[in-house]
Design a protein around this ligand. Structure first.
Ligand SMILES: C[S@@+](CC[C@H](N)C(=O)[O-])C[C@H]1O[C@@H](n2cnc3c(N)ncnc32)[C@H](O)[C@@H]1O
Length: 225
């Protein structure tokens, strides 16, 4: 495992990556525009994962508050708002937030979403019923990822739904493969987490793993009520 960068330093790298280096690729991946074979597996895997997470949320979310923590282009925020939730959608990248707001315009429930550029750990959001971190803590060292989950759980009435990169041989191989790309094109490394460590630390409910080509991610429900 890589040595822990401070949370703030890592956050800065992630913001630069998503707001500048990868902004256009990310916009395309999360659209319906054609993508290459590898990216198509990632798109399909991410859709499967989003559906898992949504299936763990109530069908009727009227009167509930949800924080989409690291919302990217906002697909999950929009789905939760369409179920009636009052949503705060936050991301480090102002450009992704602008795109998320643009994509939401005119969609069902969009007026219930408050889009913000900033840090998901900002305590100013007050108490929340559900937090969802889909693929947003995967770039942080285990110590910082667990600390972030602890802070979010402390403000959450019902559950924090999050994904992490499970420590598997396959993922290890893919991460090594990623190092073959020129430095400028690499994303900030994904930092795998041990499932056992999460289970020792938190009260975990449901769990589901998605393994679709180049997308390997595991979802967990951290129960806070
Ligand atoms: C892999 S993308 C996933 C986006 C979205 N959740 C989805 O699944 O489509 C990870 C996102 O998390 C955001 N992120 C990472 N750390 C964050 C933090 N501390 N506060 C807010 N957003 C953060 C990044 O800017 C990036 O847009």
């Amino acid at each position: 495992m890589m040595p822990a960068l401070s949370y703030e330093k890592r956050r800065g790298e992630i913001e630069t990556y998503f707001d500048r280096t990868a902004m256009e690729n990310w916009a395309r991946l999360t659209s319906t525009a054609p993508v290459s074979g590898i990216r198509a597996t990632v798109r399909a895997g991410r859709e499967e994962m989003r559906n898992h997470l949504l299936s763990w949320l109530p069908e009727d979310m009227h009167g509930m508050r949800l924080l989409d923590a690291g919302c990217g282009t906002g697909a999950l925020a929009l789905a939760a708002a369409a179920r009636g939730a009052i949503v705060t959608a936050i991301d480090l990248s102002p450009q992704l937030i602008a795109l998320a707001a643009e994509r939401a315009t005119g969609q069902p429930g969009a007026s219930r979403i408050d889009f913000h550029a900033g840090d998901m750990l900002d305590p100013g959001f007050g108490r929340i019923d559900y937090v969802v971190c889909m693929d947003s803590i995967i770039h942080y060292h285990a110590v910082n990822a667990i600390n972030a989950l602890r802070q979010l759980a402390g403000r959450t009435e019902r559950a924090v739904l999050f994904t992490f990169a499970p420590r598997t041989l396959l993922l290890g191989g893919m991460l090594s493969l990623g190092k073959l790309f020129p430095r400028g094109e690499r994303s900030p490394a994904i930092e795998p987490l041990r499932e056992a460590r999460l289970r020792e630390t938190f009260s975990i409910g449901r769990s589901a793993r998605v393994s679709a080509g180049f997308y390997i991610s595991q979802a967990m429900e951290l129960v806070t009520c």
